[in-house]
Ligand binder design. Sequence first.
Ligand SMILES: [Zn+2]
Length: 355
Amino acid sequence: MAQSTIRQRKGNAIKSSNINDETTNGEKYQPRQQQDKSPANDAPLPPSLSSLSNASSSTTPASTTTTNSSPSMVPADLSPHYYDKRTMTPFQEKINALTILPSAVLSIYYISSGKWLLQESIQRAEDFLLNFNQESRMHLSQHFKCWKNPLLPHLHHMPPITIWAIVLGILLHAPCSFLYHWKYAAAPHLNHNPVARIQHWSRRLDHSAIHMCSIFWSYATSAGHLPFFALNLVYNIDSIRYHWQPEIRPRRNQLRILGSMLLYTSPLLWRTDEEDGGGSRQPLRFQLFGKIWVIFCVALWLFAAYPLRGWSHAAFHMVMVAVPPLLWEMVAHDEVYGDWSMAAAHCAVLRRRPQ
Ligand SMILES: [Zn+2]
């Protein structure tokens, strides 16, 4: 696809943006500035230089810091008015940053409190250990490799890898997203410049981390199914690659993220009972798939329609907090890690009732 390069200059400050000539909805991009054909101008500028330019080049119509809805500033695969209702105050951006943290806090609590253990597993372990004496309990504790850490009094055993995979995905993404949103709270001139924002390294990092999270979650939802994990790995790494190209195409990248969500939730539909050790988990998985996608639909509506204006993105973050508990519920029921979970349940009972 042919590309045009916009250049705006004031003194030494230069801003560049590679923009496609055609938008996906048929609208033509109309450059306001004369195009510069020199080869040197084809190279993207570092984000810091671009930001510097945004702050200093306030005399050209397209780079004004008081409006962000200029069609010439909108990436080619978006509507020219994409940013009309997406302007946020620094305070709203700070709320965006803060609302990404509850998932991370919830993850740490979930792991450290031992909430990943099913009550039915603990009940079975209690029944099994009912008549064991102290010496036998000590042997069992060693046999099950139980943990004892005064700093983590409720964590008696290493959680299954799939539980960790969900937690690590969240803990990897949260700081990147926080950084991205906080960056714009601290630098409103970037917030008001769509091109600078879309090309900024912190946004690229945030979106790359979403794909990294998807890789981890695909491992969890497929119960460590390696071919499926490899497929997700390739797809998401390929998607991350797009986020570090000079030209950012938001619509394509958003569809890629949607694709990754479809991919990592799909095992809830296609996994068979044989993989569950003969257990019948399919009704539960179908139910969880439905719940997760209802949440995704609400979240995506908030993300795309911006019904709450500048508060919509924070609401989007908060709605997404409901997803990890559903994934954990599914993983906790996986019979693939049944022995692991039972060992952990025995440890919980052994540690809880010393005799
Ligand atoms: Zn966000």
